[in-house]
Write a protein that binds this ligand. Structure first.
Ligand SMILES: Nc1ncnc2c1ncn2[C@@H]1O[C@H](COP(=O)(O)OP(=O)(O)OP(=O)(O)O)[C@@H](O)[C@H]1O
Ligand SMILES: Nc1ncnc2c1ncn2[C@@H]1O[C@H](COP(=O)(O)OP(=O)(O)OP(=O)(O)O)[C@@H](O)[C@H]1O
Ligand SMILES: [Mg+2]
Ligand SMILES: [Mg+2]
Lengths: 180, 165, 180, 165
């Protein structure tokens, strides 16, 4: 039981570090302190730690995160959006360890700002080389990267679905504006 | 394997008449106003692959998946068919297309069809599990799940990893 | 105890009905079924019911909601955004029953579509005739109605705050784009 | 009564140098990237009006409100002053301006000042309660509260109303 847990923990942690660095990658212009990496791309780092490696099942797991331009902190005192970023990376890491042919996400971008949303869209898009990704969202940032877009609306007491190419005008069409 | 088509009849807000949507491509976006029926599409997929926990489809009990009539005639059963592209043969059936159909009546019994032929739920579950299609992994991330995971304490995080093992 | 509860319940329910109707008001063009109110403005209705008036403290309270163009349903089977609308109205109703000189809201619009967000902005704006409202949001819909806007950013490891007039360009400036 | 100014020194991400923001008008909007420090402004207001539960300000214990130095020198204390416009005399002090100051050291003791003079916490609480300024009503709606309330079951909804009484 301990070995199986450690094996899963290490695999998830490895994926988690990798995905968090990807999602928090910024171009070097984003750096706003003195020790900016020269020319290199700036990215955050995060990792999982066992609170007590000798008593794994009597202790917890702590997630540490160092966001771009920031020091490392326990995720517990980070902001709502930062916690969302960490939780998303954890989900994506667990999915990478236990892959599936298709993934379905329902408004996972609700608390993300524009920069984080567009990085997330990049990562999800890269996933589509191996699997299908179905994404429900109310925001243009992610929707503008999809292959095909479906506008859902409610008329005469039932749900109707319309397919359209994601161009700027169309996205406006289905984003909460009443569909006649 | 990926989802090519979802067809419903009498399922939640899709109404009693047949509704069908073709999913084209690998990166699919769904949008629309609040309450329009977006999450119900996910519930339809979960239902078709055999999910039995009503809470996962946001209803008090499975019969709550049947179209309630919206003031008119309620449906007597809910039926969902999903068509999967199986050219990769991840599902061990020698067919480019695999259709999964599930129908439930208000009494609560479910009938499962695989490519149009009745099967036992256990046969279907085995086939899907081998193809890594399941509703209890994190491949379905419902509305609110991310904020819920974001607020886990350290014991709950350990528990999350234990579940994966 | 029972009387005090019933008194609060009735006051909250009365406010709740009123606010829900306001937040779900749509112009009559929004109506998409046969029994459209002629010329009248369309709005939803919602109310609170005691599950067992004889045993108040051994039973619950159910919230019923009839959204525009829809039939009445228990809020439990409604959508995420519809539940958010109902929860917001409940909060605003409780605030109306126990008023305060200032209110502070932190990203309460996260799961709302454009139509619901802009209606919410209208209601919050009307509240400012009696009280001060401080609203944190990542979306333009609500922010475009405020008197004064504050852009918050992180630089050299600390938080900085900038005041600016809410015009279109400015809002873009602070919405997640790295502040140099 | 409304909030005219918030000043911090050594409080959370605002750093050890004094930071001050003037709130103009009755409808105030705050925006900015994730992690920039928006919610910390609310925590500063909660702290100044006497909130003692660390969880309400999203820290494990009150000393977590002190600027941690972000890799450099941490502050030894956190101090917040909020200036309230009291022309309406809702706070029973005969003054157009009322300033509330709270300071906490890493040991955890708090010092409260009202218009610059030390007061007992209980004196302050009474004054604020009469002016309907409190941190345990629903006048502060933190991030995530709405989705939490949206998912309450019927017993929890009754509980919510009981708390109001
Ligand atoms: N004691 C402290 N000293 C320094 N920084 C702190 C302290 N406590 C928390 N922080 C930092 O404050 C930052 C800002 O947090 P805050 O929750 O205010 O962000 P926010 O603007 O509300 O973001 P979001 O949009 O994600 O909700 C976090 O990154 C956190 O690491
Ligand atoms: N059995 C049923 N019969 C008819 N309608 C139903 C049934 N169960 C749920 N509904 C309705 O389905 C509607 C759509 O719900 P759904 O959760 O899919 O919306 P959504 O598009 O995801 O919205 P949001 O953006 O708010 O999350 C709800 O308004 C709900 O009342
Ligand atoms: Mg939904
Ligand atoms: Mg915040």
């Amino acid at each position: 039981k301990r070995d199986a847990f450690l094996d899963a923990f290490q695999k998830i942690d490895k994926e988690f570090r990798n995905i968090f660095a990807q999602l928090t990658t910024r171009d070097s212009g984003y750096c706003n302190h003195d020790n900016c990496p020269p020319g290199r791309i700036l990215h955050g780092d995060a990792w999982l730690e066992l609170d007590n490696p000798d008593e794994i099942f009597n202790a917890g797991v702590t997630l540490f995160a160092k966001f771009p331009n920031k020091v490392e902190r326990d995720i517990i005192i980070c902001s709502g959006g930062e916690k969302t970023v960490a939780a998303l990376c954890l989900i994506l890491a667990i999915q990478a360890v236990k892959p599936a042919p298709f993934y379905v996400f329902d408004e996972i971008d609700a608390h993300l700002d524009a920069v984080n949303s567009s990085k997330l869209a990049e990562i999800l898009q890269s996933r589509t080389s191996k699997s299908q990704v179905i994404m429900i969202s109310l925001k243009d940032t992610i929707l503008s990267r999809v292959d095909t877009m479906y506008g859902v609306y409610h008329e005469r007491s039932i749900t109707k679905i319309l397919k359209f190419r994601p161009t700027e005008k169309d996205i406006e069409y289905s984003k909460g504006i009443s569909v006649k | 394997v990926y989802i090519k088509k979802v067809e419903t009849r009498g399922f939640k807000s899709f109404g009693s008449r047949p509704v069908s949507v073709n999913f084209e491509g690998r990166f699919i976006g769904i949008t629309g106003p609040n309450g329009s029926g977006k999450s119900n599409i996910i519930d339809a997929i979960l239902f078709a692959i055999g999910e039995n926990r009503p809470r996962m489809m946001r209803v008090p009990k499975l019969s709550g998946l049947i179209f309630d009539g919206a003031g008119g005639n309620p449906s007597t059963s809910a039926r969902v068919t999903i068509t999967l592209d199986n050219t990769s043969r991840e599902i061990s059936i020698d067919n480019d297309r695999v259709t999964l159909t599930r129908e439930i009546r208000s009494g609560g019994d479910s009938v499962y069809l695989l490519n149009g032929k009745k099967v036992q739920k256990s046969t279907l579950s085995d086939l899907l599990r081998l193809a890594l299609i399941s509703s209890d992994g994190l491949n379905f991330v419902p509305q609110g799940m991310v904020t819920h995971l974001a607020d886990l304490d350290s014991d709950e995080k350990r528990g999350l990893i234990e579940e994966i093992v």
